[in-house]
Unconditional design. Sequence first.
Length: 173
Amino acid sequence: MKLETAVFRAVLATWMLVTLAACNTPPTRVEEPPRAPDDSALQAALAFYAASQRPGAAVAPARPQNPLQQMQLAMQLGGGSNPDYPRALAQLDAVLRSDAAQAQSLQPLARLLHDQYLARQRAELAADRASASAREAQRRADALQDKIDALAEIERSLPNRPARPAPRKESTR
């Protein structure tokens, strides 16, 4: 029985050493998630957009000096009742091409606005083409109606002819 007790003590000691060793090992290093880029420029651009929708709206600088000001000018040019999409797209292209740290945080918004303004510009061009086509079709319809009216007037001005007698059928008796 002493042998069994000795084996039991050896197993117990081994188990305690393993347990203590596990507690003593340094924790595995947990990698920190990558930090989000500084989004203060993005927040400022969104705040400018919100402010520009109110009466007495904020005005972007006419000559932008940094990517944030370029975004503000693009939002101002692309919004409103009379948008200037080519100039707005040019400002957004400048932000998208910029390597500045401020531009990095603005680029997702710039890409979104660029796509949206481009789609709006295409839609306006398509609407203009459709409108021009409709005007041309209406002009042709009016010209045809004028011709029909002129023919009807000519027909009314002709003297009435007597109706032709119906051809007789010869009867066979």
